[in-house]
Design a protein around this ligand. Structure first.
Ligand SMILES: Cc1ncc(COP(=O)(O)O)c(C=O)c1O
Length: 404
């Protein structure tokens, strides 16, 4: 077809997750999805949302049915300003962190710029690389987050424009950046002059003590754009989050927001404001953390058995929704076909790598399925893993026999 596609369209690709999940079709009637990075159904605050929407519909004013300012509605800006302890000049409401990532990219990135990511990271962030034709680099991640020494070595040789990082309960690795590394990273941003895009949707799901954000640690608020979303702690459907950044950047971001979606739904912003403005919100977050910690513990038990029996390795996450597991047993994309046949789905590690390399790791999301389903899912993971390994052994024996 003779097409009219822009370079941006031509550069856009299906995310690695989408293409990999084409392999994960299952005909089992009761599949267990360890692939879905969503809040648990039990935690969806349906009753509260019902009450809050009702109360808003009963208001005399209709302003929430109209457009709002691009920066966000006044009551929500005021609540966030209090909660984050920062002036409203530094805040803009977003339609979730997906928009926060895209607007931050528009703010600072030019074609050919160099951006650094954690290896591994959120697949949607990688899309920027293709769309903006960036030179992308991956920095290895350790148990306490990005390897800052490796980053520093890279910076000594190569200038980067931006670094994208998920410092708390990373998606997919589950790792959390230590305080020492956070301080060093902010220092490096000043020393080597790059911007940090801090994508932080999991901070309120850190089970114990939470470290200050990179944005909080930035003394002049010039080197960090901070992104928070209510998708994981209220519900993704509200499509509401916020950016914290220097007012110089916020002004520009507002201009982009005007041409992107004009504003985040004022109705949903009002709902979020009602949900988070009182202490009930802190109690809700406390409950959510306890809920997910139980699921993490259940998963830990299963993984420690798999470690003993089959040599799997994993780091225990300090919060969030994900376990990152290394099977050390071949390309897990092949295993996914066996797993899907037996009714359990996970996401292969290559979905979170820049170059779709085959690998032995996978992301196990423990948030979405209920505890009974989890047990069933663990059994299916083990059985399908064995089936896959046995098939590999048979193949290898055949190869050896052919060569004799
Ligand atoms: C690191 C990260 N950023 C952004 C998002 C998407 O956030 P939102 O729903 O706010 O657009 C996700 C969702 O999985 C995520 O894991």
């Amino acid at each position: 077809m003779k097409h009219f596609l822009s370079n941006l369209s031509l550069n856009t690709r299906q995310t690695a997750i989408d293409s990999l999940m084409d392999n994960a079709a299952t005909t089992v009637p009761d599949p267990v999805y360890f692939s879905i990075g969503l809040p648990n159904r039990e935690l969806l605050p349906k009753r509260q949302l019902h009450e809050v929407y009702n109360s808003i519909f009963n208001l005399k004013s209709d302003s929430h049915f109209n457009y709002g300012g691009s920066k966000g509605i006044a009551p929500l800006l005021s609540t966030i300003s209090k909660r984050e302890n920062i002036s409203q000049d530094y805040i803009m409401i977003t339609t979730g962190n997906t928009q926060g990532v895209e607007l931050s990219a528009r703010l600072v990135l030019n074609t050919g710029d160099t951006i650094a990511f954690e290896s591994y990271t959120y697949a949607i962030a990688h899309s920027l690389t293709h769309q903006y034709s960036l030179n992308a680099l991956e920095i290895p991640v350790e148990a306490d987050g990005m390897n800052i020494e490796a980053l520093e070595q890279l910076l000594q040789k190569t200038a980067i424009k931006a670094l994208y990082i998920i410092p708390n309960a990373n998606n997919p690795t589950g790792t959390t950046l230590s305080l020492k590394k956070r301080k060093k990273l902010v220092d490096l941003a000043y020393q080597y002059n790059f911007l940090i895009i801090e994508d932080d949707p999991y901070r309120d799901l850190i089970f114990d003590t939470r470290f200050p954000s990179l944005f909080e640690l930035d003394p002049y608020k010039e080197k960090v754009i901070y992104l928070y979303s209510f998708s994981k702690t209220i519900a993704p459907t509200l499509r509401t989050g916020f950016i914290l950044a220097h007012p110089f950047y916020i002004k520009k971001l507002e201009q982009f927001k005007q041409t992107t979606d004009s504003c985040t739904s004022p109705l949903n912003q009002m709902v979020v404001n009602e949900m988070i403005k009182t202490e009930d919100w802190d109690n809700s977050l406390e409950k959510q953390r306890a809920f997910y910690e139980t699921k993490k513990d259940l998963t830990k038990k299963f993984l420690s058995k798999m470690a003993d029996m089959y040599g799997w390795t994993s780091n225990e996450p300090a919060g969030g929704l994900f376990y990152w597991v290394d099977t050390h047993a071949g390309d897990v994309t092949e295993w996914l076909r066996f797993a899907a046949n037996s009714g359990v789905i996970f996401i292969p590690g290559s979905a979170f790598a820049l170059d779709d390399q085959t690998n032995t790791k996978f992301r196990l999301c423990y948030s979405y399925v209920d505890n009974q389903e989890m047990i069933k899912g663990f059994t299916r993971l083990e059985e399908s893993f064995l089936e896959w390994q046995n098939q590999n052994t048979t193949k290898n024996i055949k190869k050896i026999q052919q060569n004799i």
